[in-house]
Design a protein around this ligand. Structure first.
Ligand SMILES: Cc1cc2nc3c(=O)[nH]c(=O)nc-3n(C[C@H](O)[C@H](O)[C@H](O)COP(=O)(O)OP(=O)(O)OC[C@H]3O[C@@H](n4cnc5c(N)ncnc54)[C@H](O)[C@@H]3O)c2cc1C
Length: 562
């Protein structure tokens, strides 16, 4: 790669989670002068930060591993079908050792601002210690769920007990588990009943003196059916890694589960009931992503699964009024991320657990002693905010990114994400956004898609290096077509019927707000196929300039379009 235009680095990767570590490693192996920046103190991203009790995978552990680290797979034993945070943190920490990647990462360092210098074809990065560094290429691996949302209640600072967002659960000195926060016998309030809230509630209910669950919208949850992995089973898994990863590469979501039938009409009502029963009793996302594809496409088909799950909730929760409050009425099953649970519904049969409906009686304020709703005051020792994340877009909002002509990414995306393959944005040359908005790798069993995507980007970089390309930028028309395609594929589904989830975000002027779908609904195989076609066609849709045209504006006659 030409170094004539002096930049501190050939490539900078922001974020050292599962995605960023691997991308950084691949680019370093290509011979590039690389640097990673990570705002936390170590690698691991999600699994380094979320240390609340009950934090674990909904993906099968052995599908969530890095597939390329054969020696780590040979020596690593998964302890449970769905690994808990400490094990994941350890796995990815050891992966970092194997890649010897920490030496290339600056930790506790936020990339606060990125400005593209068109004359020099490089990015100027402002770090939160006011240092400025330059890089030819900038690659964001900033996470899908890495920017927690704290709600804004009145008088939050008055509360005298302990309170924290699930993402910032206190870290142990030995690194794991958050045992520091002993909730035994305490009066605990949990705000939020999404995937994280459900995991926390099920654990905290075991020891808390009183647990108050502040629920605004219930979610459709399904049993995780976690279990320990015996040494015999682990040996079997180890022998099957190749097949497991091949299977995941072939499925819509990158999980081992895939839709088995096109429509509910493939079966009689009795057969459907039997299949749903079977899947409900089976581990993992099969009940969501493993039966009838039209469950996510057709209202009547969706009602069948929703009715089934509602009956299950009623059968598991003794008080019919509580059961009713736990059944979503505003959306069908699977139209939001399905929280996987372990005896979650049974928790509400315990005398120490109380469901507080804050849609009916909203939280009015925090007080020094606890939480006041419109109906009553709850005395609490601890408040846990399981209030989720500003998904996908949050990390991009947190960095000020200026492209060509000073335009910010925020301005470019004022009406919604605008990307080519979810990987590049016109006007922002040399910026690659892994697992970003409208990126097919984002709605996925993440390591499967992250690895694949980093490999695809690395292949692109091989070409960049070979041809001494100094500028790569998505074409306007290519981005228009991709953005339209993203909205087209989801249009036929039921997702747009319910936008109150992290799959959507509102964009546009205040009087013209529009909810935009942030993911790519076409599925993992179609996304790969499209990216592979783009590569096979000489990276069609990307405009590239080689070093001869380095300092000129992107004009058709000056650049090599490949
Ligand atoms: C509780 C929980 C459970 C989950 N369970 C599953 C599951 O079962 N299956 C699944 O597939 N996915 C799951 N996910 C999604 C999970 O986030 C991904 O699987 C995966 O860990 C994402 O890896 P990543 O490297 O892309 O992002 P992250 O792990 O989020 O890493 C991004 C990193 O970028 C850093 N960063 C961001 N902005 C900056 C900046 N400006 N400067 C410096 N550093 C920055 C962050 O600090 C972070 O460390 C879960 C997420 C959560 C929160």
């Amino acid at each position: 790669m030409s170094r004539s235009e002096a930049a501190d680095f050939d490539a900078v990767v922001i974020g050292a989670g599962v995605t960023g570590m691997y991308q950084l490693y691949r680019l370093r192996e290509l011979g590039l002068n690389v640097r990673g920046y990570e705002k936390n103190g170590d690698v691991g991203g999600t699994w380094n930060m979320n240390r609340y009790p009950g934090c674990r995978l909904d993906s099968e552990s052995y599908t969530y591993a890095y597939s390329f680290l054969k020696d780590l797979l040979d020596e690593w034993d998964w302890r449970e079908e769905f690994a808990a945070q400490p094990d994941l943190n350890e796995f990815f920490s050891r992966a970092a050792d194997k890649m010897d990647i920490r030496k290339d990462i600056q930790f506790n360092m936020v990339v606060a601002k990125a400005v593209y210098d068109e004359a020099r074809n490089l990015w100027e990065l402002e770090l939160d210690n006011a240092q400025v560094v330059t890089t030819r290429f900038l690659i964001t691996c900033m996470g899908v769920l890495s920017n927690p949302i704290m709600p804004k209640f009145k008088n939050m600072d008055l509360f005298r007990g302990r309170s924290f967002h699930s993402y910032y659960w206190p870290h142990e000195r030995d690194g794991f588990g958050g045992k520091q926060v002993d909730l035994t016998g305490k009066r605990v309030g949990v705000i939020g009943t999404g995937a994280t809230g459900v995991q926390i509630i099920s654990e905290v209910a075991k020891t808390a003196g009183e647990l108050f669950v502040f629920q605004r919208h219930p979610n459709w949850c399904a049993p995780l059916c976690n279990a320990p992995i015996s040494s015999e089973r682990m040996a079997d898994i180890r022998r099957s890694y190749g097949e497991i990863f091949d299977r995941c590469a072939s499925t819509w979501g990158g999980f081992k589960h895939d839709f088995q039938y096109a429509t509910v009409n493939d079966h009689s009502p009795e057969e459907r009931e039997a299949l749903l029963e079977q899947l409900y009793a089976q581990p993992g996302f099969g009940i969501w992503l493993g039966h009838y594809a039209d469950t996510l496409m057709d209202r009547d088909a969706n009602n069948i699964t929703s009715d089934f799950i509602a009956r299950k909730i009623r059968s598991r929760v003794k008080d019919p009024k509580v059961a009713d409050k736990l059944i979503p009425k505003d959306h069908g099953f699977g139209l939001k991320r399905v929280p996987m649970e372990t005896r979650y519904y049974e928790v509400y049969n315990q005398p120490n657990v109380h469901l507080v409906d804050i849609l009916e009686n909203p939280i009015e304020e925090m007080t020094p002693q606890g939480i006041r709703t419109a109906a009553e005051h709850y005395d609490l020792d601890v408040i846990i905010y399981a209030t989720g994340f500003d998904a996908i877009i949050g990390a991009f909002k947190a960095v000020t990114i200026h492209g060509r002509d000073g335009k910010t990414l925020r301005e470019e995306w004022a009406d919604g994400p605008f990307t080519y393959l979810g990987l590049q944005v016109p006007g922002f040359p040399n910026l690659f956004t892994l697992l970003g908005a409208h990126n097919g790798a984002t709605f996925c069993n993440v390591p499967r898609c992250a690895e694949w995507q980093a490999n695809w980007v690395t292949d692109f970089f091989k070409r960049i290096v070979e041809q001494d390309i100094v500028r790569v930028e998505a074409e306007q028309q290519a981005a228009e077509a991709w953005t339209e395609h993203c909205y087209d594929v989801v249009k036929g589904s039921l997702f747009p019927s319910y936008t109150h989830s992290y799959f959507f975000q509102a964009f546009g002027a205040p009087d013209k707000r529009q909810d935009r779908f942030l993911f790519y609904f076409g599925g993992n195989p179609l996304y790969r196929q499209k990216c592979n076609e783009v590569a096979a066609n000489g990276y069609a849709g990307f405009v590239m300039a080689s070093s001869g045209t380095r300092s000129e504006r992107l004009e058709r006659e000056d650049v090599e379009t490949v």
